[in-house]
Ligand binder design. Sequence first.
Ligand SMILES: [Zn+2]
Length: 212
Amino acid sequence: MKIACFGNAAVPYTVSWTGEERQFVGVCPHARGLALRMQHAPGIGKPQFGKPHSDRQREVIARGLCDLCGKPLKNRTKVSLSHARGRTNAAPGSTTGILQVEPLLHRECALDSMKFCPSLKRDLAARTLMIRQVNRYAVQFAIMAPEYIQHYVADYEPSPKDRIVGHAKVELIRWIDRDFDWLSQAQKSGDDCRQAERVDAAVPIGGVSLEP
Ligand SMILES: [Zn+2]
């Protein structure tokens, strides 16, 4: 899969386009249940950086794909650039409670993202960038409050029984804090499969967390 471009900017796989703005409630194959979904028309209109497509956001997290290129992360070094910190609303039995909505990335894709993403550039300049090499994680799906759905889908009739999924979340279980030097070595080492045997302990498991 080739990374899409808009002008000079690479467009992450999960970014939504202006042609995809219509939202609806429907069965999401990735969440395996009702979810807040978006029309599917990648490449139509303009990319909306910072606004992920709801289906593709769930797809990459549920299937273990990269946020930027959309290819599998299996047997590869997995990187989180999220600022997520410990939270208290993790699912029961959760070990760390660190939940992030940003999907994981290949190491070289994380480095690529630094080149065009304004917020990551700001983080780097301000020394607030957080780089984690993720060795183990779990997948969770957030359930939205039914009345909240109407905010996105005007003709939706809320029912208290509805369990409608919003974002998928990555729960970080085990990781190593890294710095930009480590990330920038991704280019030199190229494909980092050699390290993969050691680090690939990530086993996505099902789980549900409740939105606060
Ligand atoms: Zn990638």
